[in-house]
Each structure stands twice: as structure tokens, then as C-alpha cells.
Design a protein around this ligand. Sequence first.
Ligand SMILES: *[C@@H]1O[C@H](CO)[C@@H](O)[C@H](O)[C@H]1NC(C)=O
Ligand SMILES: *[C@@H]1O[C@H](CO)[C@@H](O)[C@H](O)[C@H]1NC(C)=O
Ligand SMILES: *[C@@H]1O[C@H](CO)[C@@H](O)[C@H](O)[C@H]1NC(C)=O
Ligand SMILES: [Zn+2]
Length: 519
Amino acid sequence: MGNLRSLRHLAIFCILANGWVFVLLSELPTLRSFTPLAERVRAYETLRANILEKEISAQLGGGVLLNSKESALNELIMLEKRRELELGLTNLSQFQAAQHFFRSNEKINKTPLFQLLRGMPKGGVLHAHDMALCSSEYLLRLTYREHLWVCVSRSQTKEYERLRFSLLRPQSEQPCEWLLLSDLRGSERGDVVDKKLLAQLTMYPQVQFDNEDAVWKHFRSIFRLVIGLLTYAPVWEEYIYRALEEFYADGVQYLEIRSVLPIFYDLVGGNYTILNTTRAMRNAELRFRATHSDWIGSRLIYAPTRKVSDARLVEYLGNALLLKSHFPDYLAGFDLVGYEAEGRPLRDYARELLAVQDDINFYFHAGETNWYGSSIDENLLDAVLLGTKRIGHGLALLKHPEVLRLARLRNIAIEVSPISNQVLQYVGDLRTHPAAVLFAQNYPVVIASDDPSFWKATPLTHDFYVAFMVIGSQKADLGMLKQLASNSITYGAFEQAQREKAFEKWNKRWEKWIDDVLR
Ligand SMILES: *[C@@H]1O[C@H](CO)[C@@H](O)[C@H](O)[C@H]1NC(C)=O
Ligand SMILES: *[C@@H]1O[C@H](CO)[C@@H](O)[C@H](O)[C@H]1NC(C)=O
Ligand SMILES: *[C@@H]1O[C@H](CO)[C@@H](O)[C@H](O)[C@H]1NC(C)=O
Ligand SMILES: [Zn+2]
């Protein structure tokens, strides 16, 4: 009804503006019978422009007013955006943002728009997983440390199944053969080993799996391989520090890391707990903060696997409370991770989660599924009812108008990770990503990279690039980019005073970036 009424009023307004005097008309069809065609065409165009303008101002970033410097930069950015869009309109094969990311990655890197976005201060990444933060080049370098063993599959493919630091050959039941990596490198020609490692530490090159079960199977094999490399006590803190460096270099000033908090091991049988893992992460943060004055910070979301018994979940929640008491400034909250279709639905744990609702902030993954109407799909409802502060992925949100309405009312941001959704096969061509509807309504969204290491993506820029090119409207401009960056601070796990400081740091870099690019 609201829409009908505004259409009628707009139509009457433009007729009057052209000198026609009308008694108030109640409906458009009546107008048609009295008005000459030329006037109706003009009215039609005016009405059309008005509707479009209304949509543009209602979309993500539509309310952002650009100052004169920003407007100048905006022209540059929109020139590049239009150029890439035109290329796509003449030949879709040349339009990178619609391809599978494994095919477009290197071509995107060469575009001037990507280069511009790389330098842009993009705020924070609110959704990224501990094991998948750093570039493969860095991971490869880690594999050159001494005492590293690799378990090579006995099958024809001779895949690398596990990595482990050890003084002696690891004793394990693996159906693979443990070899000292340095020996293996010595016995193979050229850089065969490195190439294979690089491939196995990512999802490349396969762009099509039979279904999402198959994707997740492969996805998990990477976790299994990389975990032995990263949870070696002398590596973890250095690895986390390196992650902060890589994110910072990509225009990120704030990071919330979801971690399963793996237990360390070392060469001498040291006794570790999740407190050691957390302390190392926090040490990396403190060291990094001390030397980077415009770094806003990093925090931890404790995120163990969702496929556990009730008793284990209670243990996890106990861990979360323990972490909160030891690291109140570092722990941001709690989440459950893993393949939603295989884990238990949140509702199973409702009783346990409600019991600690007032003590721990929840940041649940939910609705990372295409199974409409299933209990996995309903995780979205459970997440909202349990008081989640944000939702990871939320791909299914549009199918739940009541949940969507409630989530908006409670100002629950959605963490959108377009490249992850594509690689894990929830979405194909990113022009069809459901978040486009959220963007159109200026629903609170943030862009995050989830597991950038596994798709050789930059810590944030690639996801920003595709969001800008095809999830937002073709007409969306610097205003949208600015809104996305500022959303990441608005919806970050901050106290109000911290949030203001965070905005200050981001603003300062934003203004400097505008000046630098214009110069
Ligand atoms: C479109 O682009 C692809 C990839 O660059 C190229 O192979 C193909 O020949 C182009 N098609 C036309 C009609 O130009
Ligand atoms: C490891 O630490 C736990 C908790 O402090 C303790 O109960 C256990 O005995 C220790 N184990 C060894 C082998 O030191
Ligand atoms: C692990 O943390 C405990 C305290 O939580 C500490 O006493 C112990 O020294 C740490 N272990 C190592 C090897 O750093
Ligand atoms: Zn995730």
C-alpha cells in the first residue's frame, strides 16, 4: 500500500509541475485517460528516475555523503569500475568478478581497481579462521624449519597427509609413511615437493566438486595437513604475528580471529592447554600493537567444532568462561564451527547456551547452507534467539523473512564472505550472491575473508573487490566502500569508548589514503 500511495503522489506532482491543473486524482488509470501522450511519457520518466533515486539512496552506502576530495577519487574509481563492467558486457569471458575465483585471481590482481582497493583502509576483518590466515609463500617457508616430518600417502597419488615436528620418526597409526621433509626434498628432483605442498595447502586448482560434501572433504584435508605445522609451540605465535602483518599490509586495521584453540606440542613433550595457545596469540597482538600505532587491535572468538556431545559442549563453554577470566580484553566471544550439515544444530545445545548467554557474547556461524527448511537452515533462527551479536555467512537469511526482520531489529550484522561461498560451492557466479538483496536494503553487512589462505586470496581486498563489482549495484560507488569499512568498526566487538578510538584510527588513515591517491 505504501508504495502505491507514493507512486500516485509522484505522478501528480510532475503533472502539476508542467502546468496542468488537476483535481486530486485517486488512481493512475484515471490520469491516463485525461493526459496527452507526451505528458505521460514525461511523467513516466520522472517517476522512473524518482524510483531509481529512492532505491539508490536506500542501498548500502546510499546515505554516505562524499566530500570534495572523496568525490574526486570516486570519479577515478567509477571510471575503472565502468571500464571493467563494459569489458564484461562486450565479452563475459573477460569479466573477472563473475568467474570462479581460481580462474580470475591473477587477472584481478592486475586491474587498477584492485590496486586501488588494496591501499584502501578497509577497517576490520570480523570473520577469519586461525588455520587459514597467511599466504602460502609464508607457510612454505615454515616447512623449511628443521625436524619437520611429512606423512606421505601410500596410494598412487602420494599425497601429503600430515605434517609434524619431531626429533624421531613420529609414531602414529596413520595409513601413510612418515618421511623427514628435508630428506624428501633431497631425494626429489627440482621443486617437486614445494609445488606439491603449495597445492595441498590450498583448494587449488579444482574449481568444480560433485557437491558441497565433496568440497568439505577436501577442505578438511587442508586443515589436517596444516595443523601439525602451525600448532608446534615455537611456530604458533610467530604465525599469528605474521597474519597480523599480512592483514595490516592489505589495509586492515582490526581482526577478530576465530580459533579452535588447538593444543600445542613440542619436541620435548611439554604440557600445554588452551591458555598457552591463547597467551601466544595475545602476545603476538601485544607485540604488534607496540610497533604499529595505527593498528586498532585483534581479538579472539573461541570457536571449537560444532559436532560434539552435550558434555563436550559444556566443557567448551567452561573453557570460554575460563578464557574470559584470564584474558578479558582479548576474548571477544564464542562460536561453533565446521560443516553445518554435519554438525549438530544450535537448537540441540539451546539449554547449555542459554545458561551462559549473559556471560559470553555469541558470534554464530549460521545459515551457511542451501537446504531450505532443514534444521541447519533453522540455525539462523536459533542464532538470533540465542542473542548472537553477528551472523557468520547467513546465506539462507532471505528465506526467513521473520528472522530477517528480527535480526534487523536487533541490529545483527551479517558477515559476508563471497569468495568462500563460491569456493565451497554455495554460490556460483557471484552476481547471484544472496547478499545483493541485503546490500540493496542497506542491511548491516560486513565483508570478511573466512579462510583467505586456502584460496590464495589477499586478507581482505579480493573479497572487497568482488563485493564492489558484483554484489553491490553497478552504480554503487565509493560511498558503498566507505560504508562497508565503517560497518566493520560499528559491528566489531568494541566497548563504546574503544569503538570511538577505532573510528579515529581508521578515519585518519582513510583521509591520508584519499590524499595519497589524489596526489
Ligand atoms: C572473449 O574473451 C575470451 C577470453 O579472453 C576469448 O578467448 C574470446 O575469443 C573472446 N570472444 C570474443 C567474441 O571476442
Ligand atoms: C599436565 O598438566 C596438567 C594440568 O596442570 C596436570 O594435571 C598433568 O599432570 C600434567 N601432565 C604432565 C605429564 O606433566
Ligand atoms: C603453559 O601455560 C601455563 C599456565 O597456564 C604455564 O605455567 C606454562 O609454563 C606454559 N607452558 C609453556 C611451555 O610455556
Ligand atoms: Zn567461517
